[in-house]
Write a protein that binds this ligand. Structure first.
Ligand code: DQA
Length: 148
């Protein structure tokens, strides 16, 4: 199956951005690891990072035409603000897992609300870059279960 990974604003700076909070691993390393893992499990993975809300929305719309079966998304700061990205995910009705590197519940109160969690299949937060790998494993498991 085709799986899409979306990364929201400022995640292009991973590796140098607040490493105490987000870790030292870069986005390129995360994407490469995910692509290898998807490949080893017999699936295809595409990824996009954008600082622009509309670019993420357009990519979600295109995903439906491309028969993307599953989305992993770290909406970053848009987690706490974007009704529009939430609506895009609902509009294409592609199941998704929400991922955060940091444990948002240990942080400022404004990070405790997500516009995604109540419509996500699952949420992983606080496990750093490994959270994306766990999300990918869960997505593959669910895709394969659905085909049985
Ligand atoms: C984040 C948490 C958000 O609150 C923050 O705005 C981010 C990254 C995370 O992965 O921990 O940019 O989504």
């Amino acid at each position: 199956a085709s799986i899409l990974v979306l990364h929201g604003p400022n995640l292009n700076l991973l590796g140098t951005r607040e490493p105490g909070v987000y870790g030292a691993v870069t986005l390129a390393q995360i994407n490469q690891r995910l692509a290898e893992l998807a490949d080893s499990l017999g699936h295809r993975l595409q990824s996009l990072q954008s600082n622009a809300e509309h670019a993420l929305i357009d990519r979600i719309h295109a995903a439906r035409d491309e028969n993307i079966e599953y989305i992993l998304i770290n909406p970053a700061a848009f987690t706490h603000t974007s009704v529009a990205i939430r609506d895009a995910l609902l509009a294409v009705s592609i199941p998704f897992i929400e991922v955060h590197l940091s444990n948002v519940y240990k942080r400022e109160p404004f990070r405790h609300h997500s516009y995604f969690s109540d419509v996500a299949e699952g949420v992983i937060c606080g496990l750093g870059a490994q959270g994306y790998e766990l999300a990918l494993q869960a997505a593959v498991h669910r895709i394969e279960q659905a085909k049985r």
